[in-house]
Design a protein around this ligand. Sequence first.
Ligand code: UTP
Length: 297
Amino acid sequence: MAIHKKTSRSVRKAIIPAAGLGTRFLPATKASPKEMLVLVDKPLIQYVVEEAVASGIEEIIIVTGRGKRAIEDHFDVSFELEETLKNSGKNKILEQLRGISNSAKFCYVRQPQALGLGHAILCAAHLIGDEPVAVLLGDDLIDSETPVLSKMIDLYERFKAPVIGAHRVSMDDIHQYGVISGEPLEKRLFRVSDLIEKPAPHEAPSDIAVIGRYILTPEVLKILKKTKPGKNGEIQLTDGLKTFARSAPCYAYEIEGKRYDAGDKLGLLKATVEFGLKNPEFGKQFEDFLKSLQFHQ
Ligand code: UTP
């Protein structure tokens, strides 16, 4: 699939933190990056890069760590592979490979130790300067007609304030998420007054949970720099955003589309089935195969 770029926007840079340990996916992630796990025919991180590029992002900073070199190789030019494909006339796949490395300007920073999402973002902060930045987490895969990040950039352009991606979850699952306390402004839009991390169902202020898409402003990064490590000695982005939202306008956008938790074994399996069914090449065959399985009631 070709990557469709959108023209220049006010948010030009994105950070993709990819230095986590991926413990939910062990043993698969012992020596391979979680972000390189495959969904049908592409690594997870490519889906997020495509969403960023389709939303107008021009520079992508990937935060990596030990054992994550495969990510850099994936977005780099592969000379031998390209020559081999060219010589054997495999032009379609050759174009696809070239599209990956040409889609944006990539740059990499290392997070020496997995000290939390907030810390990972701070490892890239010196490359951002005085401008807004998008943050996308590869764990959250969103299947939507218009890229979710693009809609969030529209909101940033309207309010010039941070925007948090969110979705509704059932009260049975709410304890797994950061939850938004705030006031509904219009369809799918909330003004955030507070964020509650992993509340018990009776303590949850809403059913609107934070997902891995953010537009951050330089002010949020300043606050994050001063944010003390919380649970497990990690610097949490939610803590920084919470401090910010208590004193300045901050918005949450309820995404349109289907979200998969691809950082979790069951979530990736669900996404694999749905993306497999939609595949133009073999979706129908896959559907026939699934129908042929004998499910016991
Ligand atoms: P997660 O907590 O979901 O990812 O962080 P993880 O730590 O890799 O996975 P589990 O929970 O142990 O299975 C969300 C995102 O933030 C990145 C992760 O790579 C993931 O994309 N992250 C997290 C970092 O880059 N650095 C960190 O210190 C923590």
